[in-house]
Write a protein that binds this ligand. Sequence first.
Ligand SMILES: [Fe+2]
Ligand SMILES: [Fe+2]
Length: 303
Amino acid sequence: MTTSRLAILSDLHMDINQLDEVDLTVLADVLQESGVTHLHLAGDTANKVQKVLQTVAFIEQNGITVTFNFGNHEMPDVAGQIEDYPDRHFLNLDYQNLNDKLVLLAFNGWYDYSFSVEKDPVKNSATKNLYWYDRFIRREADDPTLNREILRKLKLVLDDLAQQQKEVIIATHFVPKKEFIVYQQKPYELWNSFNGFLGSEATGELFDQYSNLELVVFGHTHRRFPQQEINGTLYSCQPFGYYFEWQITRQFVMKNNLMPEFNPMKLRKILKDNQTEFTRYRRLHLKEEFRRALTLWDYPTNK
Ligand SMILES: [Fe+2]
Ligand SMILES: [Fe+2]
């Protein structure tokens, strides 16, 4: 009997973060040093699906099993194949056995505006089409309908797994629980209307109906939270996020006194003005950021 280790990572954003093969080698090193045997990428791995597949292939070369689901960022590039992309690493509304008892179930997920303070679906949809990245995604139904349909299919898989008495780890891109939604006060309350596109309360309510869910991992928020147990299931949200959101970036700015007081609005300009130093710093410290973004789970195998 040996111990295997699953790692789940979301929001790598290969292209927006301009991560190259040197950076991916750093990620592979972190995974190998941590004894990871299976990596699941829980969406927003890249804007271009080709880049996602290259990332998967690169990590796989290191003898690590890799699976993935999509986030909203891949979706404009895979219109028509969002739910059934034809690649053997793609895991959506389906599961893989980790051992005789434990499975990894992944699904892209979606949203239904339930986390928005605005309750009118027409207004939510208008806000999305004006401001949100997802306005570029072409789908066959409106958002609440799509989400209901996804949850209907998810329930069938969950019922089947409960019937088989399996323990389940779930990976998805979107937020299933209100505990991970931040509601801003004045003068930032405009951000609250975007909460509607972060996930769905009904997803978490569906999870609540099952006692065999060990762990649920998701991202999309670009904000990391402490892990939290809700109704007997552990929830983990620690997305990798954009380079200007990383902890090492904040350290770089503060250590070099580039801002008297940390101001995220001015950060990108400061990083641009100090690009050479920042590039050096991020190469040196990227390992730390990768480690913070990994959710790990050990399980016994017969290998
Ligand atoms: Fe993201
Ligand atoms: Fe996302």
